[in-house]
Write a protein that binds this ligand. Structure first.
Ligand code: TRP
Length: 442
């Protein structure tokens, strides 16, 4: 049975697919604006602390659950334990829909900006004008919704075709290219006059900025960026071969993801300060500063277009893993065909995303004091992801510990060297820390 579900051919293929899921808008778009809004260096320190303790541990737990269960998240929990624990799988399916709904809106922006940059943004030279252009674009009732539709349509088309060799091959080629472009843009941003203030902001901590809201945001971002808590990594792990070393893979994926986030910080924040923007500007930050950086570069239009195309690709490889959770559930548990599941779930998620897109100006809907987009993002990143994370850690640490310990052991049956620390994190550190952050955040 396991054989018919398909498997990753190599460890590299798996690491690239998991890194493709992890590396996305969370790194390039979200991380810099959160760091900007939450004091820069302090945010970075807290974020790194979470990533390399709780984050990496939960990722390993998800890989192990997935490979042990060989199913979608609902099926995996059912297979390993069943009962109320199956609810963690459902949380992942619902949460993946919520995240993809607003993720796709921003994915649409990247496509729009690829088009706009290629066409040239005539008359825009002054950095402030890019801010105005962005505000006008997202407030439009139609354009961003159509780009959101385009992004969702591409995601559906890819997922409907199955664990596509095309996307794996595309990742192998395009992810390194994205990396190179990010490094080039870092170099440009870091050498702008006035960049130093941004570097200081990003590296020189001001501990008076250490607040509860900031710690909550850092934890949420650690989960978001590593694709944790919602079963993406469980689903990917279910296609893994027995020989693959899980702990080493988790370290690779976590490190790659962190590297790209830090580089994105160096790409955006110095430019923010050089052009005199407000680092706390929110979700529009990268879409305003980067075009201003491109405008100041030789061949800026070319670099800009390439950058946004690659960013759209990185977003697609992440969106793919979100929709795959829902599709794997509908196929494994409900017996739907893959195509029906991809189109049905994709259409519903598109509709859920429309109010998010409109909430940037076209539709003044406020719930709990937040716009719809903000509310979806907050509910997912700051509540559902950490909640999923706590439950996964508790499940692995207490409920199915021996089975999962065996799953992460090498072929000789010996545990990896940090296994005792991992167990302590899953049992105590992660649940307590996340519960504390969740409660103080609410
Ligand atoms: N990690 C991706 C990013 O940084 C987004 C993502 C994919 C995600 N799958 C996820 C976020 C599951 C949370 C949960 O862009």
């Amino acid at each position: 049975m396991a054989g018919s579900r398909g498997r990753f051919a190599s460890r590299l293929g798996f690491i690239l697919a998991a890194a493709g899921s992890a590396v996305g808008l969370g790194n390039v778009w979200k991380f810099p604006y959160l760091a900007g809004a939450h004091g820069g260096a302090v945010f970075l320190i807290v974020y790194l602390g979470f990533v390399f303790t709780i984050g990496i541990s939960v990722m390993l737990a998800e890989f192990a659950i997935g490979r042990a269960g060989e199913k979608n998240p609902v099926g995996a929990f059912k297979h390993l334990k069943g009962g109320a624990w199956t609810g963690v799988g459902y949380l992942g399916v619902v949460g993946s829909c919520v995240i993809l709904s607003f993720y796709s809106v921003v994915g649409g922006w990247t496509i729009a900006y690829a088009v706009k940059t290629a066409a040239g943004m005539p008359g825009l030279t002054d950095a402030k004008a890019f801010g105005g252009a962005f505000a006008a674009f997202v407030a439009d009732p139609l354009q961003p919704v159509l780009y959101h539709l385009a992004f969702m349509a591409m995601t559906i088309a890819i997922v409907a075709r199955g664990i596509e060799r095309g996307i794996e091959r595309a990742c192998r080629l395009l992810m390194p290219l994205l990396f190179v472009i990010v490094v080039v843009l870092c170099a440009r941003s870091l050498t702008l006059p006035g960049a130093m203030a941004g570097i200081k902001f990003f590296l020189n901590p001001d501990f008076s900025k250490l607040t509860g809201a900031m710690v909550t945001a850092a934890l949420g971002q650690a989960f978001f960026s590593l694709s944790l808590g919602m079963g993406s990594m469980i689903t990917l792990g279910s296609y893994l071969s027995r020989q693959t070393h899980l702990a080493g893979s988790a370290l690779w994926v976590t490190s790659l993801d962190t590297l790209i986030a830090i580089l994105a910080g160096f790409m955006i924040l110095p430019a923010v300060f050089a052009f005199g923007f407000d680092p706390g500007a929110g979700p529009g930050l990268s879409f305003i500063t980067l075009p201003a950086v491109f405008a100041k570069m030789p061949w800026g239009a070319g670099f800009g277009t390439l950058f946004f195309v690659l960013l759209a690709v990185a977003a697609l490889t992440s969106a793919f893993s979100l929709l795959e959770v829902v599709v794997a559930f509908l196929v494994d548990e409900k017996g739907w065909t893959r195509a029906k599941a991809a189109y049905g779930a994709g259409a519903a998620i598109f509709l859920l995303g429309v109010p998010s897109s409109l909430s940037f100006g076209a539709w003044e809907l406020k719930l709990f004091g937040k716009g719809f987009f903000e509310l979806m993002d907050y509910a997912a990143s700051n509540v559902m992801l950490p909640l999923g994370g706590v439950l996964i850690a508790l499940f692995v640490g207490w409920v199915v510990s021996p089975r999962i310990m065996a799953e992460t052991a090498g072929e000789d049956g010996r545990s990896f060297s940090l296994a005792p620390a991992w167990r302590v994190i899953c049992r105590y550190v992660a649940p307590l820390a996340i519960a504390w952050v969740l409660i103080s955040g609410l």
